[in-house]
Design a protein. Sequence first.
Length: 440
Amino acid sequence: MLQSSRFLCSHSLPPGGVTAWVRRFGSRRKLTAEEIEMPFAGVLAKQYVHRPEFKKTYEGIPILRQLEYDGTLVDGIELPFPLEEGVAMYQTMLKLTVYDQIMYDIQRQGRISFYMTNSGEEAAQVGSSAALDLGDVIFPQYRELGVLMWRGFTLQDIVDQCFSLKGDPGKGRQMPVHYTSKKLNIQTISSPLATQIPHATGCGYAFRMRRQKNCAVTYFGEGAASEGDFIPAINFAATLKSQTLFICRNNGFAISTPVSEQYIGDGIAVRGIAYGINTIRVDGNDIVASYNATKEARRLCLEEEAPCVVELMTYRVGHHSTSDDASRYRQDEEAKAWQEEGMSGVGRFKRFLINQEQDMKLAQETKKQAIQAIREGDKEKYCPIDEGLFEDVYDTPDWRLREQQAHLHKHLETHADKYDMSRYEPSAAFPFPADSKPKK
Ligand SMILES: Cc1ncc(C[n+]2csc(CCOP(=O)(O)OP(=O)(O)O)c2C)c(N)n1
Ligand SMILES: [Mg+2]
């Protein structure tokens, strides 16, 4: 009599089967006929082959597309949301393009230190986020402003963070585009790639433990999926059953590295399948497909109390960031082709709405509002220095921190003529004179 499945794995069984027992979950039970035929746990294979066969490719995961280049829906597909909601989604995409352009220009003028645009990925972002519930917690990477805006993140929130103004909940500690919003269930963006992915797995697990009908939703680029953190995050989610949506924005590049140099498998979606997770690949420039796929992923996630992977195929039209020059590693024509009306997510949905005779004269108005908000921002004070530098790390700051704080105050007082403090909000800990300015 054989004693365990481990023992079975290392010995070939005689045909016709034997009386065998397996220890599972602490109790011994008889092997089923199927287990005797194929005793190896954790593989899908049901048959043996008799010649060496190596597997590397298969037919590939298809791409869900429901809105054609000409802005018509594929036969049999209906708009999954009310038309007014579609107009609101279009307006959000348009606002995103306008804000991006203005913030990018402002960085070029030297008024902020850094910026990252979302161009090319508007439909992937807005379409997927519109399919979520506000109670779902978002764990973003950094190129997801459209997701945030759909939830209610405002132009003022953007300006406050990018300029480190006193309205920034991050207290001016982070570089631009590192947004956060407790109210909107958006976890703080952090630069080290993929660190948000395991956090989302943990959050989705907590939702399942609490039997709460919400998901954790993490967005990440295909480049971030090469980080070590991705693997335990996705395997934990699969094995421990965490209510997490893993939404990959596959935009073709990790800074200057094209996907052809990042991996040679079938994109990122195949990794979801490898971990036994419900997985779908979508044309991310199709807002309808992005919405439908995410909606269904969310439904499955809650029904099965298990994760889902959604790979949104798109293209990063802009430079990686304001610190990058994409013309050094790709042809300008390529990005231009992706901006053609049918190709781009914004343009393709615009065609659809024009077919529905919707009026979309919005861009000019949005631009005016954005310029106005930035002008207002220019008059606002920066976050108080003390709060940003010395608070929120320790419940009770230790003596070293207090000593450093005292040194800083002394330094600023001694050299008051060297620093322009008039732009900073004074704090209770350091109420320096608001009009202290460097002497000319
Ligand atoms: C751990 C880590 N390694 C490297 C970097 C530098 N880095 C910043 S963004 C980036 C590319 C990420 O590409 P992807 O995840 O595809 O996102 P995309 O920028 O395309 O939206 C790299 C390598 C980083 N921030 N963190
Ligand atoms: Mg990328």
